[in-house]
Design a protein around this ligand. Structure first.
Ligand code: ZN
Ligand code: ZN
Ligand code: ZN
Length: 160
């Protein structure tokens, strides 16, 4: 397989994963698997959350696609596996490290994009129960969150 197509499939999978994550979060995590996601909305103070099981749930298809794809030389399947893994890594860095600061690797950033996704996710956490909610995605968020952060930045600049 042409390496260019390989990379395109990885990137395509990455973006599709944001949609799959939105759907999973909206209908599965806030649905029949709420008992695994609940402790992410109502923190227990433990280092691990039941919610972390979702990393495993997504790691399995990723690993199977990579392993079986490479073994059988079905490279498009391996590329899908790498795309899922790449998204998992991005999700981990954005959600666990940058937003929830479970690992204090980076200082809090003032970057508009970072502030926007952090704000959008904060609005998701405002809801403590299963049924209500907003902002189920992670890397792409609605314009209203961008507007709010831009307005905040502007008003700080005017004041100072
Ligand atoms: Zn949630
Ligand atoms: Zn969260
Ligand atoms: Zn409610």
């Amino acid at each position: 397989m042409n390496w260019f197509i390989f990379v395109i499939i990885i990137l395509g999978t990455f973006f599709i994963m944001e949609g799959i994550t939105w759907l999973t979060h909206r209908f599965v995590m806030h649905g029949f698997l709420w008992y695994l996601h609940e402790d992410h909305h109502k923190p227990t103070g433990h280092a691990f959350e039941k919610n972390d099981a979702f990393f495993l749930i997504f790691a399995i298809p990723s690993w199977l696609c990579i392993m079986l794809g490479l073994q059988n030389e079905v490279y498009w399947a391996a590329a899908i596996g790498f795309g899922i893994a790449l998204y998992g890594l991005a999700y981990f860095i954005v959600h666990e490290v940058i937003i929830h600061q479970r690992f204090k690797w980076f200082a809090r950033s003032n970057n508009t994009y970072i502030r926007t996704i952090r704000w959008a996710h904060k609005m998701h956490h405002k809801h403590l129960d299963k049924h209500e909610g907003e902002s189920f995605g992670m890397l792409f968020v609605a314009k209203k969150y961008w507007d709010k952060v831009k307005k905040d930045k502007l008003s700080i600049n005017i004041k100072s």
